[in-house]
Design a protein around this ligand. Structure first.
Ligand SMILES: Cc1cc2nc3c(=O)[nH]c(=O)nc-3n(C[C@H](O)[C@H](O)[C@H](O)COP(=O)(O)O)c2cc1C
Length: 269
């Protein structure tokens, strides 16, 4: 029994080892990120840890140090006047890296302004860019589209990683799946099924939506249709939502255990 247990343990450890081995050496991968309040930094550090890559934070000559409202106001003015924040010079020699994991918070539906400053200085020609971001509610798709347009000489990966700021503690697990799914990390994860066909929402599904989204600071709209799928961790829902005449998509998950509370994970506007 003891021998069987030890053999199983050694086999499991060997599997975990292969499940998470970085694909390339650290010398050709850089995690480059901007983070104002620390959420994107958490994701950046997880990527660095998972891949053994180099890492550098983008720093500003005049950081955004105010409250959330003050930051919003300063950013609004800078956007309107196209007066981008000045960056401190980067320490890393970008030409040394084949793959750059570029991270940012979402600001006003796109990448944060310090990234716009970075793109004025660097065109990332010939580099592979993999994006990651954090957000209050979503918009990672629109940010990625903007970034692709701004970097025509780079090879920007079709899919990026993103997570809500309030869920950043869940990063490691979701990031591991992302890195393996898109081939940045060798290993195996259980494939997730597709969502069921969208159907009109039932009262119970409306309630799930309300519980997950009701306390978000901005209204996310009225759920109309819903699809779902079972995963090893629980149940995922995809809602089609009407909001001010627009149709948006809202994702919600209910994890097994953890009080089975529905959690809103992101919106595509
Ligand atoms: C100026 C500003 C604008 C923002 N705009 C959006 C937005 O359009 N969509 C969104 O989901 N979150 C938005 N947020 C929330 C941030 O994206 C979110 O809190 C992010 O995780 C912050 O990352 P950080 O802690 O790395 O700075 C905004 C935050 C700020 C300060």
């Amino acid at each position: 029994m003891k021998i069987y247990f030890m053999t199983a343990l050694v086999a499991a450890l060997a599997w975990v080892g292969t499940a998470c081995s970085p694909k390339e050496t650290s010398t050709n991968q850089l995690v480059l990120y901007y983070s104002q309040t620390g959420s994107t930094k958490v994701v950046a550090q997880e990527i660095q840890k998972a891949l053994g890559a180099d890492i550098e934070a983008i720093e500003l000559q005049k950081p955004y140090t105010g409250t959330y409202a003050e930051t919003l106001e300063r950013v609004k003015q800078e956007r309107e006047s196209r007066n981008l924040p000045q960056l401190k010079p980067l320490k890393a020699d970008l030409s040394k890296y084949e793959v750059i994991y570029l991270g940012y918070p979402i600001w006003f539906g796109t990448y944060a302004l310090p990234i716009a400053s970075l793109l004025k200085e660097h065109d990332f020609e010939g580099r592979k860019i993999v994006t990651f971001c954090t957000f209050g509610s979503g918009d990672m798709e629109s940010a990625l589209e903007d970034l692709k347009k701004a970097l025509p000489k780079a090879e920007v990966a079709e899919h990026g990683f993103g997570i809500r700021d309030v869920r950043v503690a869940e990063t490691a697990k979701e990031l591991n799946r992302f890195l393996i799914d898109y081939g940045y990390l060798e290993g195996q994860v259980v494939a997730l099924p597709g969502y069921s066909e969208l159907q009109p929402v039932t009262e119970e599904e409306k309630q799930i939506f309300e519980t997950a989204c009701g306390d978000y600071q901005y209204p996310l709209g009225k759920p109309v249709l819903v699809g779902k799928r079972g995963t090893p961790d629980g149940v995922d829902y995809i809602y089609e939502v009407e909001n001010y005449g627009k149709t948006n998509t809202v994702f919600i998950t209910i994890a097994h255990g953890d009080g089975e509370k529905p959690v809103f994970t992101r919106v595509i506007r």
